[in-house]
Ligand binder design. Sequence first.
Ligand SMILES: C[S@@+](CC[C@H](N)C(=O)[O-])C[C@H]1O[C@@H](n2cnc3c(N)ncnc32)[C@H](O)[C@@H]1O
Length: 463
Amino acid sequence: MNNGFGKGGKPKGPRDVAVQVLLKVELNEAFSGLALNQALNAAELSRPDAGLATELVYGTIQRLNTIDYALSGRVKGWPAKVEPWVRVLLRLSYYQLRWLSRVPAHAVVAEAVNIAKRRGHSGIAGLVNGVLRGLIRDGIDAPLPQQLSAVKRISLEHSHPEWLVARWVSAYGEQTTEAMCAANNEPPHASARVNPLRSNREELLAAMNEAGISARPSPLSSQGIIADKAGNLVHADGYKEGRFSIQDESSMLVAKVANPKAGMSVLDCCAAPGGKSTHLAELLGDKGKVLANDVHFHKEALIQQQAARLGIASVETMVADAMDLPDRLPEKSFDVVLLDAPCSGLGVIRRKPEIKWNKSPDDLASLSELQHRLLDRIQSLVKPGGTLVYSTCTIAPEENEQTISRFLQDNPSFALDPDWPEEVLAPIKTAGYLPEPFTGALQLLPHMFGSDGFFIARMRRSD
Ligand SMILES: C[S@@+](CC[C@H](N)C(=O)[O-])C[C@H]1O[C@@H](n2cnc3c(N)ncnc32)[C@H](O)[C@@H]1O
C-alpha cells in the first residue's frame, strides 16, 4: 500500500504521523490508541509535536461526519472515489482549519501540499491546495440544510452515526443525546486512583501539583484525582512506585459498589488488565483473596504486573473462559463476584472515537446475548447472601438494564441491591443524576461528570 510518505517511508512530522495512523484505523480497522503509540514511538517527535499528532488523530476521527459533510460539497465523488491517503490528508487539514485555531490557515495548506508533493503527484497537490484555499475563501463552516430531523441534525453537527443517534434519542431523549454527543467530542480527562496501601490523596495531589501537573480531587471518587496537563501519567512520579493507578473516574466506582470487606473472597471474572481486581484488593486492605480471571493467556501477566507494582499480594490470577468457571471453582464459594463484561464500549467514545464508526446494531445484539450467558453461568459462584456486581463501559440499554432484567427474571434468588456506599451515591445525588427511587442499578452518561459512560448493577443472592 502506498502510505503517502514518499520513498523514505518514515513520517517526517506530526501531520505525517497522523496520516499514517488514520490510514491504519480506516483501512486495517486498527485501534487509534495502539496505532498512535506505535507511530509516535517510531517517529520520535518532540512533546508538542506528539501532542499535535494525537489531537489530529482523535479530532479527525471524532468529527468525521461533520468533516465529510463539508468536503462532500467540495470534492467530486467524496469520499468513496478519493484515494484513501488523500481522503485522510484532506480530512485532517479540514479539522485543523475548523477546530485548531492555534495553527494558522496558511500553514495548514502549506503542510498539506508538502505531504501531497512528497507523495510525488503534482495533480493531487494541486487538488489539495485548491480545495483548502476554496474552503478558506468561502468560509470553513458548512451550514447545515434547514429542517433536518433532530437525529440527522445531531448526527451531522456532533458527528455520530445516525443509527446510534436514533437509538439514543429513543432511549434518553433529544436533549440528553445532544449533550452526550457533544461530550463525546471533548478530550478525556486523565485520572489517577490513589493506592491507599502506599499513599493518600492529599499527599499525591501535592506531589503532582509540585511536578507541574494540574491535579484536583475527583468529585466522583474519594480515591480519584483528575490530572490536567499531565501527559502520559505512566511517566509521572509515583506511578512506578505503585502510589497510584491510571483509571477513569466512573470505572473507579465499580469496586466501591462491590464494597468488599477484609478477609472476603472475591472473584473478578473478566479481569484483565487488572484495574478493578487491584482496586478490589486495595479495598480489602490486601487481606483476603481476589481471584482475577481472564480468557486470554497473554493478559494474565498484565494483571500480575499491576498487582506487583502496587505491592498487592491478595490477587491470584487464573486463565479460563468465564463460561467454564462454574466447572472449575466450588459452587457458592465467593462473597463477591464481579462481571465487568466485554461490551460495545459506547461509553468510552471520547477515548476510542473509532468505536462509533465500527460498531453496528448487530454487535449490540450479539454482545447482549453473550453478557446474558456469562451472567447466567457465573451467578452459581456467589455465596448465599453474597454480592454480584455487573458492570460495562457502554450506554446501550440492551447491554445494561435489559441484560439485568432478563437475568433477574431467570434467577429469582437474586434481587437488585440499592445498599451502595453513601460516598458513591452522594455526589451523583447532589448532581441530580440518581434515579428515584434508586433500585441498585445506575447508568452514568458521558456528559454527566465528563467521565466514561458506565453501567453498574449491584445484586444480592437471597437464598
Ligand atoms: C471490560 S474488559 C475488563 C477490564 C478489567 N475488568 C479492568 O478493570 O481492568 C473485559 C475483559 O474480558 C475479557 N473476556 C472476554 N470474554 C471473556 C470470557 N468469555 N471469559 C473471561 N474473560 C473474557 C477480555 O479479555 C477483557 O480483558
